[in-house]
Design a protein around this ligand. Structure first.
Ligand code: SF4
Length: 313
């Protein structure tokens, strides 16, 4: 941790799977954002706006960072992220330049991508070594349903902005795709998202699902590990999925009805089912055999991948 209770804008460093040690810089008061996503872990957006301004004083942020460096602290990355969308801060580029000027740490910008249609935002974002943007919708309606954007923000703007960033940005562009049960987890929806993600020619795709309860009054559950594993190869490059701490029980312990129900929601590859249980594909085949015999499950090959699906009664 920063180890300094007087830190207001810095948090961490926290170990990050992809960045190593990451010192967070929060440039937004809680909770100012361009979106009010159903899966937001920070909480409900209380100020939903596209306004860009110096939401917190730049001089105070830089002074805090300088004190942190002077105290001999170290990190791998300094990452702009936190309580809202960092590019809403009109001087976020100054923070990136300041960190670069010290020459010691790399920089990352974790953005929802909503303001990349503004040339000045793209210019400033290009100062970072890594930019991660989000793309979890495939059209206007899905964008509004999942991200509940501020007035004036459309899916078209978001996508075109992210595409323009890719054209201009020579650093590493990562795309995060958040899959949520009941929102964007149907196979045709995921394929549509994958198509749009491909248009960004990302250096990496990180697929995620909600890991905590979502906002009150919103039902958007996590999707299964097996689904993430099944659809990861639909992305270019193949999507990376989170590390799951708990393994699902071994295939022989899967209850009939739960298994059929899971496959009724999504056809899943045998390999993904096996991997999520830390088992061999043969164990999955053995488990499915009686259900196939009873006409409740079918296994079909698509593009060389064996997929199991429920047979509707
Ligand atoms: S963009 Fe990020 S901070 Fe803003 S509402 Fe969505 S998840 Fe929360």
């Amino acid at each position: 941790m920063s180890g300094n209770p007087s830190c207001r804008y810095l948090f961490g460093p926290v170990p990050s799977r992809r960045l190593g040690l990451s010192l967070g810089v929060d440039l937004n008061p809680r909770k100012v954002c361009t979106e009010n996503c159903v899966f937001c872990q920070v909480g409900r957006t209380t100020e939903l706006t596209l306004e860009r301004k110096e939401w917190v004083p730049l001089s105070a942020v830089l002074a805090e960072y300088d004190r942190w460096v002077a105290a001999g602290n170290t990190t791998d990355y300094v990452t702009l992220s936190g309580s809202g969308e960092p590019t809403m801060h009109s001087k976020f580029g100054d923070v990136l330049r300041h960190v670069r000027a010290t020459g010691r740490f790399r920089t990352a910008l974790l953005s929802n991508g909503s303001l990349m249609w503004m040339p000045e935002v793209r210019r400033e974002a290009s100062e970072a070594d890594v930019v991660k943007v989000t793309l979890s919708a495939w059209d206007e309606e899905s964008f509004r349903r999942i991200h509940r954007p501020a007035p004036g923000l459309t899916f078209r703007r978001l996508l075109e902005g992210e595409q323009a960033l890719r054209e201009a940005f020579a650093g590493s562009l990562w795309v995060e795709v958040m899959l949520l049960a009941g929102f964007n987890d149907a196979p045709d929806q995921i394929r549509a998202i994958a198509e749009r993600v491909a248009s960004l020619r990302p250096d990496a795709v990180h697929m995620n699902t909600s890991t905590r309860p979502v906002q009150t009054g919103v039902t958007a559950g996590r999707v299964s590990e097996a689904l993430l594993r099944t659809v990861a190869p639909w992305f270019e490059p193949v999507a990376e999925i989170p590390v799951f701490s708990g393994r699902s029980p071994p295939p022989e312990a899967w209850p009939d009805d739960e298994l059929v129900d899971l496959l009724a929601r999504h056809p899943l590859s045998l390999a993904a089912l096996a991997e999520s249980a830390g088992a061999e594909v043969e164990a999955v085949e053995k488990r499915l055999a009686p259900l196939i015999g009873a006409g409740r499950v079918a296994v079909e090959e698509h593009d060389g991948v064996r997929m199991a699906r429920a047979v509707s009664a």
